[in-house]
Design a protein around this ligand. Sequence first.
Ligand code: NAD
Length: 502
Amino acid sequence: METVQNFINGQITTSNSQRFSPIFNPATGEQTGQVVLSDELETAAAITSAELAFPRWAKTSPLKRSRVMFAFKALLEANKDALARLISNEHGKVFSDAIGEITRGLEVVEYACGIPHLQKGEHSANVGTGVDSHSLMQPLGVCVGITPFNFPAMVPMWMFPVAIATGNTFVLKPSEKDPSLALQLAAMLKEAGLPDGVFNVVNGDKQAVDVLLTDHRVQAVSFVGSTPIAEYIYSTASTHGKRCQALGGAKNHCLLMPDADLDMATNAIMGAAYGSAGERCMALSVVVAVGDETADQLIGKLKTQIQAMRVGPGIVDGIENDMGPVITAQHRAKICGFISEGESQGASLLVDGRSLTIDGYEAGYFVGPTLFDNVSPEMTIYQEEIFGPVLAIVRVPNYQTALELINRNEYGNGTAIFTRDGETAREFSENVLAGMVGVNVPIPVPMAFHSFGGWKRSIFGPLNVHGSDGVRFYTRMKTVTSRWPASVRLEEHGSSFTMPTM
Ligand code: NAD
């Protein structure tokens, strides 16, 4: 059985830790390996490696850093299928979805290839007579990424391409549930020409994370995961003087107006609710249907589509399933518990995924697509992030009630409206309290050259990931104001003791 180790200073290192976490294939339920849970010393060694590599890498010209990103991009493209297979085996998502996540990560690498342009800073000539100002966007030093299980490729790539391209060094702490991909990325970065120590992977749990959050050499922490942990990461990292962006959980609502194109909306809702078994922070888990007729019509169409869904392993020869298993047996049990609670609290369970088994994969962690109607805001299935293939329909009488419901929710990651009316869509985009809004687009994940992040308890910290926010997060601005001697004659000017106003 393979043990997934760490990658420190350009090589796989063998850990001394006696603590391990099992890795499973969620489609079969078999344990396929284990990952080392690093101790304090090993985590500190990864930070040391990044610290020592920083001065040289920070002084490497942006063009050379960008060329490493170009080479890394080419390797990602060449190895896409193998990487997607690895993701599918450890995470469970279907192969085409794994390809999709790699592509979205690769787009951030493409964005980072433009770093000579993105990191130029600003310049103003003659801010005063003979005085010029320019800004330098300098790297911070050692940056850390702590990432969730649900996107083992994309979420790390939201972070490290921008961090590295701007001249920082990086320590990645991947999810212990699907850690193997991170080591593949590390090997490819090395092959792309990245100097040893610039990118390190340390595997582990809270013990390793706490070292990363408190070590004085770490300058910035990027986190993506659940809200309670995001809050802990943000408060601990901030208390220890670090810059921090911590993205948390979600409960994304879709507002369905009576005038929406229902076929289009149904297709979109199906993919957004059940794609990746609902294990996406941008999954749509609540449909707020305006009017009973809208809800009834949607339900009719959803039921037909759900019946046609192919659920099974992420990779089987010749078959492309729509939805795979969830990540662990514990998570499966938790999702089934939520479904039972929804039923006992009075929601109408229209499609029940609890008893699904797949021939030949009886021990896999499968939950079938599940649909609830008549869900109300007091119910647990409305309030909690289920992170599984469970869709709740809430019926409301009008647009205003729908908007107020969405805005009252503690999360504000993404949301979508389905309507043919431009005025309603505009009103919604303007007034909804969420960070990412789709108009007839179910999963409005911003492209790499925009920034990704929610509102309310879906994020802690002021700057989102990638795009211009990413560049700002991983750099600090230094503004130089300069004047050359020829423009100053002591006998003409003398000294001035007042605030310079130019
Ligand atoms: P998680 O919070 O359990 O784990 C995330 C990371 O934190 C992992 O690396 C894990 O090892 C570490 N961790 C877990 N417990 C810790 C603790 N007590 N102390 C220190 N570190 C700890 O999240 P998950 O289950 O891996 O991922 C699913 C969650 O991530 C969902 O809530 C989902 O909404 C969220 N998510 C959010 C976004 C976003 O962009 N907002 C994107 C993807 C996933």
